[in-house]
Design a protein around this ligand. Sequence first.
Ligand code: PEP
Length: 249
Amino acid sequence: MRQALVAGNWKMHGGLKANAVLMQELVDGVAALDRVDVSVCPPFVYVPQVSQCSGDKIALGAQNLATEVSGAFTGEVSGEMLKELGCAYVIVGHSERRTLYGEDDDCVAVKFARALDAGLKPILCVGESLEQRESGVTEAVISQQLDAVLERSDISAFAQAVIAYEPVWAIGTGRTASPEQAQAVHAHIRQRLAKHDAKIAAQIQILYGGSVKPDNAAELFQQADIDGGLIGGASLKAADFLAICRAAQ
Ligand code: PEP
C-alpha cells in the first residue's frame, strides 16, 4: 500500500508575511492528518524561512536545481545547497521549466541525477501538450520523457523518486484531466517502469497535477494508480491545500 503525497508548488508566489501566515495555518491543519505525506516547495529565497516554520509534518521541497554541482554558474542553485537548507524534495522537469526555460529531456535527466546525488528526492514531472494529446501521442511522449531519465539514471534510481503526471493543458488552466484520463496515463507510467523493475514500479508514488482543487481531488485520488497530487494554484490557500491533503488520506 502506497502512502499518498501532496506537494504544493508555490511557483513564483509568496512573501515573508504571507508565507508566515500560510505556514502557520498549514502546520495547524496537518496536525490532524496522519495518512498522507505533505510537502511545500517555495521559491528558493524562502526556503530558509519555510524551513524554520514547517514543523515536523511538512517536508520542504524546492522547485528546481542546477545541472552542475558548483562553480561559475551565475544565478544557479545546486542540489547540495538545497539539501543543506533542509529540502527533502525537488521538482524536476516541470512543464514551465521545459517550455519557458528550454529544459529538454537530457537536461531534466541530468537534474534528476543531480538531485539524487545530493540526497534529494526528485519529483519528476512528465506530461503532454494539448496538441500531443489530440494527435494521440500522449503515451509515446510520456514514455520518451521517462526513458531519457532511465537511460541516464537506471531504474534503481526510481526507488528514491516521485513522478508527477502533469498534462500541460491542465496546468493553471482550470481544466483537469478526468479521473479516467489521468488513471490511464498513471497506469502507463507504472507499466513502463515495471518492464525494468516490478517492485520499484509498484512502490513509486505517482502524483497527478493540473488544476487539482478541493472539489475534484477525491475523485482523482481514488484512482488505483494516483498516489496524491502536485498542486499549484490551490497550494497558496491553506483551506484549499488542506482539503486536498485530506482527500488524499
Ligand atoms: C503545477 O504547477 O504543478 C500545477 C499543477 O499547477 P495548478 O495546480 O495551478 O494547475
